[in-house]
Ligand binder design. Structure first.
Ligand SMILES: [Zn+2]
Length: 142
């Protein structure tokens, strides 16, 4: 098989994977982000909050879940810098943000590394990376 044929096969396989990535809950999560809504799911039976969101409850396996607002502010639990950025212009800062009542979320941090410290208060913002994709990111509260 020629090298460019192989490359084409790999490209096609990756497109399928990207198009079908994510279950119903994560598709809804990203659709809401596009509308500037930051939400996850909560179980109506046992009130367990799932992050990432799930269409079933990871605590009691119930399927009656509702969408609730996540806190707009959280605390920076950990952070680092990717010297080889995959998605954004480098250097790209990523972090884990603790959201009260919901848990921890891996996210992009929109601030230089040397302005960050553990436990600092950060707030959510939205980043349109393409026409169809919006991501969450956090930056320090000024
Ligand atoms: Zn439950």
């Amino acid at each position: 098989m020629a090298a460019d044929e192989l490359k084409q096969l790999i490209d096609n396989a990756m497109e399928v994977e990207v198009a079908e990535y994510g279950d119903e809950a994560s598709k809804e999560f990203y659709r809401l982000l596009k509308e500037r809504e930051f939400k996850t799911t909560r179980c109506k039976s046992c009130a367990d909050v799932a992050l990432p969101p799930r269409m079933f409850c990871p605590a009691c396996f119930g399927t009656d879940v509702e969408w609730i607002d996540l806190p707009k502010r959280g605390k920076l639990y950990a952070f680092s810098q990717q010297d080889r950025a995959l998605r954004f212009s480098k250097p790209d800062v990523i972090g884990v943000v603790e959201l009260e009542g919901a848990g921890r979320l891996l996210t992009r941090i929109d601030a230089p590394l040397d302005e960050l410290s553990i436990d600092m208060e950060v707030e959510v913002d939205f980043l349109d990376v393409s026409e169809n994709e919006t991501l969450h990111q956090f930056r320090p509260v000024r």
